[in-house]
Write a protein that binds this ligand. Structure first.
Ligand SMILES: [Zn+2]
Ligand SMILES: [Zn+2]
Length: 129
């Protein structure tokens, strides 16, 4: 009797965990698959082209940074290579830091990311305001 109880109990938990995991994976696979079908396999920042052999380095970025906002027309998605994606997110955090906080120290930390942003602005000189 107790054996039966324990069996069903752990099985239920396993099932819940497995279901939750596969649901999340499904959703991620879902929008990634959709985005890869919808857009050419090119990084939206550095224009690097991707093929089946290296497409795993191409990521789906959410323009509004909300991973739950997945409209079917793909308007919130942007394909970025892992490097540009990384850069996009660190820039976002920096903007938030500069915009929100007024007198926060730690300039030495920020200077490490400067060469990258300088390089980026050199590459993006056609983007005039
Ligand atoms: Zn890129
Ligand atoms: Zn992103």
């Amino acid at each position: 009797m107790s054996q039966n109880k324990g069996f069903t109990g752990s099985r239920k938990l396993d099932q819940i965990v497995a279901e939750a995991r596969s649901k999340r994976e499904d959703r991620e696979k879902g929008y990634r698959g959709q985005a890869l079908k919808m857009y050419p396999w090119i990084c939206g920042r550095c224009s690097r082209e991707f093929t089946h052999t290296n497409v795993h380095e191409l990521t789906v970025h959410h323009r509004d940074h909300d991973h739950d906002n997945n409209p079917e027309d793909g308007s919130n998605w942007e394909l970025l290579c892992i490097y540009c994606h990384d850069n996009e997110h660190s820039r976002y955090i920096e903007e938030e830091r500069y915009g929100g906080g007024s007198n926060v120290g730690g300039k030495s930390n920020i200077s490490t990311s400067k060469p990258f942003s300088v390089l980026k602005s050199l590459l993006k000189d056609d983007d005039s305001k």
